[in-house]
Design a protein around this ligand. Structure first.
Ligand SMILES: [Zn+2]
Length: 408
């Protein structure tokens, strides 16, 4: 399965395969279990530009089901995160500017733009998912339903003028045509404007062996090195980086037209760290592959042993990320009785691929299992605090990031 880098067009080939994989967020009604769609989940590293990417991605119509539309604002934790993201832009780049204009790519239900709206700052959200965009518009947040590209960038510039800031959170890593978006950003941004985006960070994924970041929707996992290369052809340079704890380890990148801003020393430090970590070398990814295999065999030994001893094990959190872990490791309903989740739309459905039932959270609480696999590990601190009673009743957590372990 050879192909070309989505960014620099160099020839690349996958360094591993996670096997046949279903759509990560494709939770099924029982009657849909037959004829499920699968594709090969195989990541590649481009030695030319340093970009970590998927070789194959399912067609968009397979991936985005309207009924699974994800509303960002359902998480209070993410609400606080985006409030602080917005404030840092308002108090930073926008301070002292006369009538600034902010554009957000993939603005979802307005979780971030509402803070600009509240301060009467001119803004525009670009959100392809129509029903999600409608939720934002109902709150008075200017939003258009469209995909961002060169043409749309020109239309927005003609109507509103250039942007002082373009923002994106957990969006850029989903867009296969990264050069197309970069070209749009170049056209829409004012000469003294900034493009600020954040996504799951490759350095965290490699050091934590958190391979569950790899699923159909994440076509790229970025590093400072690869971001720098990807935007250079569009006259944009990386001027700042800010590590974030969200999504199990993310990075916020600040880009600006060449020479328009000083480059923070944090950028040089981060690039140095990435070289030290070997993110620019193919052998790092072979080691990552070996670490994934080791994680898989340890997790399965643990689950097999609990099954043989007749212990009750359930999953906690029917996340997209868990789809890669469950299917790559070969976890079945014989290992995990059900997955508890608070999202009503997922309850009564089956997990993609392995068809583990998803049940309401109440069933977890009504009869605590002996063990719970913490699929939503990126919210571990919040969850373990909330579930004190589970541990007090003798329950134990099974975690697999950064290593497989049983913890209380
Ligand atoms: Zn490349």
């Amino acid at each position: 399965m050879n192909g070309h880098c989505r960014v620099c067009n160099a020839e690349i080939s996958p360094f591993m395969s996670f096997g046949r994989m279903p759509i990560a967020n494709g939770f099924l009604r029982p009657e849909e279990a037959e004829g499920e769609y699968f594709f090969e989940l195989a990541p590649a590293f481009c030695a030319g530009c340093g970009m970590f990417q998927l070789m194959e991605q399912p067609r968009p119509e397979k991936m985005f089901h309207e009924q699974y539309a994800f509303f960002s604002s359902t998480s209070r934790y993410m609400q606080r995160h985006f409030e602080s993201f917005a404030q840092s832009v308002i108090n930073g780049v926008l301070a002292q500017r006369d009538d600034p204009f902010v554009v957000e790519l993939g603005s979802n239900d307005g979780i971030m733009l509402r803070h600009f709206h509240e301060q009467s700052i001119r803004h525009l959200g670009v959100e392809p998912s129509a029903n999600v965009a409608e939720v934002a518009r109902k709150q008075g947040i200017s939003t258009i339903s469209a995909f961002f590209d060169r043409k749309l960038a020109d239309d927005i510039t003609a109507k509103h003028g250039g942007a002082d800031a373009i923002l994106a959170a957990n969006v850029m890593c989903h867009i296969p045509d990264l050069p197309g978006v970069a070209a749009g950003v170049q056209r829409l941004l004012k000469p003294d404007g900034v493009f600020v985006f954040e996504d799951p960070y490759l350095g965290d994924m490699i050091t934590k062996t958190s391979y569950d970041q790899i699923y159909d929707e994440h076509v790229f996992i970025f590093s400072a090195t690869s971001v720098r290369h990807a935007f250079a052809p569009f006259g944009l340079e990386l001027v700042d980086v800010m590590p974030q704890v969200t999504h199990g380890g993310s990075m916020r990148y600040v880009l600006a037209p060449n020479g328009s801003r000083p480059i923070s020393k944090k950028v040089h430090e981060q690039l140095g760290k990435e070289t030290a970590l070997g993110l620019d070398r193919p052998e790092t990814y072979l080691r990552f592959k070996a670490n994934c295999e080791k994680s898989r065999s340890t997790l399965m030994q643990t689950l097999e042993s609990l099954r043989t001893r007749g212990k009750r094990v359930v999953g906690y959190g029917a996340t997209s990320k868990s789809t890669t872990v469950i299917n790559y490791c070969g976890i079945t309903p014989a290992h995990v009785e059900f997955i508890s989740d608070t999202t009503p739309i997922k309850q009564g459905r089956l997990s993609p691929g392995a068809h583990i039932p998803v049940r309401p959270y109440d069933e977890f609480v009504a009869r605590y299992p002996d063990y719970a696999v913490l699929f939503a590990w990126n919210h571990a601190a919040e969850i373990r605090e909330k579930e004190n009673a589970f541990v007090a009743a003798g329950g134990r957590w099974i975690v697999y990031v950064p290593e497989v372990a049983i913890v209380s």
